[in-house]
Design a protein around this ligand. Structure first.
Ligand code: BGC
Length: 731
């Protein structure tokens, strides 16, 4: 209504030559034009007020000119309360304002789905929730690469491969931004460990940056048009990421052409002048929130810093000439451009829509199901067939608890969450009507490390063994908790938490038909028990619909199609970063360079426990008819089994003739293909220069060298079904 009156007034005044609607309020003009016009109307003080947040998660609005504030929220698996840090909003009995939102599956689940389409739907559904909650910017996705299995935040991200990560990130961001919500790709760059994350200096070679740690950010900028990038806490090559001209100015803004704005990670800024001129656009949180937090015991211990872009610090430096006004203009223009582009300026601030709708829940369930990876299935133990199976023992510290996500800022509060035990019991209830009833018995078996139990461990173990021995099938739910696998600290062990390996072995000894379901965000070492169980699933942190998704897979209502987005090593010493993690005296050397993940296992001929890209199905697929050229690869894939299923066809390219050291092969294409029994589909991959190139540090550019390239197509990085070659001609 208000707008209507305003329009009438304008129309009346216009003939007398007065400009009533300033161009920046004209939605038909380009975002750039509007931003320039608005910038021209702002005083220096007004501009400077926008360089640091006003509160914990909001930028400063400007009432005089009608500039709304950026209303942020964490991300990336749901919307978390924006009232404060997760240590406070998520604390048991927290008095801080709470909100409820859908707990979508963790990033690693999207990684394991290898399905950009579902990543896009998650991004969009989450974007809709952001709007429904009255916010306009989400702090996600997290696209840091899994460098080591220790990293506490691996669960938030898409795995070890830059190409897979890029494809998923682009889809997620496009989905989210289509809802009029600013996505924030984080943490730039290389926040690949939590150990000393706020202070560590990471020595990373230029080629590894461009080939491994940058691609997802570059794709987010150039392919998805992401409007915000969050700088990381750590240093890269001696400079803080929030004031690193190589990262923020030269690479992100100049070389990649980023048009949006850089937001600091919370409490990760270090100076006024450098922070103002090297590429950071907005410092978060606001100075008042920083002061409040610095007095908080929990956070001072974590080297929280900030308050450097407060007006009283920035204005004198502008006066002294150390901060050019043009730099201030550029920062403000970037924020305004994003606000105009995404529609924040024009649509008002009212929350729109609902949270936890049926559609959002369905997306969460599909994503969780698609991300489950069947790692092992001897003697066709899975799926469990009601009618044949009369009793199921459900065991373990993650059976009756919904471990929706890992810990830290991504942890959200859903209205409900389905535990695996509930999912299985619900399914049992349904079978009752079909006369295929089975009995479900439950035992904890072992307490989750750090979670208290009344009974002693011997009693718990005995109860589990008893029900396992008396059941047709035993399913053991093991893994980490959001306390053990979390932001702010790396994992304390790569094995399962205390007591869980023993539990698996005791149950498997009592019942040879034992299935293990792993709920964790990273590989766990399992040498001691993996040979003793016939079936193993990785369900990661599957969000609030996890229990349903797990039951869907266990009972064959859904056919597993997930593939590992990272390599599972047999031992830590087999991992690429072994010997170069977590660093010493504040410095960590990424000495393995580009040999991260399967690139390392291939180069050094190390046998993984489960290779990158591995994942079984309840059906089988045959590959044939490979055709290759420098521009295109095509093949046929056929479902040779008796169930409908999806196969993720993977394309790897090798360049053994290269004049520089290059990986044996690199993922350059993948496609999730759904096939009915007996059905065949042709899969075609287009190849462009990026599929053939390495980053030349001499040329500062990507180079594809003429010669013979190997084409490897398969069901995993170690299950290559077809191979061919083509010649790339010289220019
Ligand atoms: C995390 C970010 C998060 C921010 C705000 C930081 O500690 O690293 O990922 O978005 O807090 O909660």
């Amino acid at each position: 209504m208000e707008r209507f009156y305003c329009f009438v007034a304008m129309a009346l005044l216009a003939p007398q030559g007065q400009t009533v609607t300033p161009p920046y309020k004209n939605a038909s003009l380009s975002a750039d034009k509007r931003a320039d016009d608005l910038l021209g109307r702002m005083t220096l003080q007004e501009k400077v007020a926008m360089l640091a947040g006003a509160t914990w998660m909001e930028s400063a609005p400007n009432e005089r000119l009608g500039i709304p504030s950026l209303k942020m929220a964490d991300g990336p698996v749901g919307v978390r309360s924006w009232a404060g840090p997760s240590a406070l909003t998520n604390a048991a009995g927290s008095k801080m304002p709470q909100i409820f939102s859908t707990a979508f599956p963790a990033g690693v689940v999207l990684g394991a789905s290898w399905d950009p389409e579902i990543a896009g739907r998650v991004g969009q559904a989450l974007g809709a929730e952001v709007r429904a909650l009255g916010r306009n910017m989400l702090l996600g996705p997290s696209v840091n690469i899994h460098r080591t299995p220790w990293a506490g935040r691996n669960f938030e991200t898409y795995g070890e491969d830059p190409y897979l990560t890029s494809r998923l990130a682009v889809a997620y961001i496009k989905g989210m931004q289509s809802e009029g919500v600013i996505a924030t790709v984080k943490h730039f760059a290389a926040n690949s460990q939590e150990f000393e994350r706020r202070t560590i200096d990471e020595k990373i070679g230029e080629r590894a940056l461009h080939e491994i740690y940058f691609p997802a950010f570059k794709a987010a900028v150039q392919e998805a048009g992401v409007w915000s990038v969050m700088s990381a806490y750590n240093k890269v090559n001696g400079l803080w990421c929030a004031e690193n001209p190589y990262l923020l100015t030269d690479t992100l803004k100049k070389s990649w052409g980023f048009q949006g704005f850089v937001v600091s990670d919370w409490g990760g800024t270090h100076s006024t002048v450098d922070g103002a001129v090297t590429g950071l656009d907005i410092e978060m949180p606001g100075p008042a929130s920083v002061r409040a937090l610095l007095n908080h015991e929990e956070t001072t211990r974590q080297n929280f810093t900030g308050g450097f872009q407060a007006p009283e610090k920035v204005l004198p430096e502008i006066e002294s000439g150390k901060i050019p006004q043009a730099a201030v203009d550029d920062r403000v223009r970037r924020m305004l451009r994003a606000m105009f582009s995404i529609g924040i300026f024009d649509r008002g601030e009212e929350p729109a829509g609902a949270v936890d709708t049926a559609a959002e829940i369905a997306v969460a369930r599909t994503a969780a199901t698609e991300g489950i990876v069947l790692l092992k299935n001897e003697r066709g133990l899975l799926p469990i067939l009601p009618g044949k199976v009369r009793s199921i023992a459900v065991i373990g510290p993650s059976a009756a608890v919904a471990r929706t996500g890992g810990g830290g800022s991504s942890n959200v509060r859903p209205k409900y969450a389905v535990t695996p035990l509930q999912g299985i019991s619900e399914r049992a209830g349904k079978e009752k009507q079909k006369q295929k009833q089975f009995i479900v018995e439950y035992a904890l078996g072992a307490a989750m490390e750090g979670e208290e139990q009344d009974k002693d461990s011997a009693t718990l173990l005995k109860e589990a063994v008893t029900i396992a021995a008396n059941s047709d099938v035993a399913v053991v739910f093991v893994g980490n908790s959001s306390k053990l696998e979390s932001e702010s600290h790396d994992r304390a062990t790569l094995g399962l938490p205390a007591g869980q390996a023993e539990l698996i072995q005791a149950v498997a000894a009592a019942n040879p038909r034992t299935v293990v379901v792993l709920l964790a965000g990273s590989p766990v070492l399992m040498d001691a028990w993996v040979g003793k169980v016939p079936a193993l699933l990785a369900a990661w942190y599957p969000g609030q619909e996890g229990g349903h998704a797990i039951a869907d897979i266990l009972f064959g209502d859904a056919n597993p199609s997930g593939k590992l987005p990272m390599t599972f090593p047999k031992e830590w010493k087999d991992s690429p970063a072994f010997g170069h993690y977590p660093g010493e005296n504040g410095v960590v050397d990424y000495a393995e360079g580009i040999y991260v993940g399967y690139r390392h296992f291939d180069k050094h001929s190390v046998e993984p426990l489960f290779p990158f890209g591995h994942g079984l199905s309840y059906t089988t697929f045959a590959y044939s008819d490979l055709k290759v050229s420098p521009h295109e690869v095509s093949l046929a894939v056929r479902n040779t089994g008796s169930r409908e299923g999806a196969e993720v066809v993977q394309l790897y390219i090798g360049d053994s003739h290269s004049s520089v050291d290059r990986p044996v092969k690199e993922l350059k294409g993948f496609r999730r293909v759904v096939l009915k029994p007996g059905e065949t589909k042709t899969v075609t991959f287009e190849l462009d220069k990026s599929a053939l190139s390495y980053y030349s540090t001499a040329k500062k550019d990507w180079v594809a060298e003429p010669g013979t390239f190997e084409v490897l197509v398969g069901a995993s990085s170690r299950d290559i079904r077809l191979s061919g070659k083509f010649e790339l001609a010289g220019e």
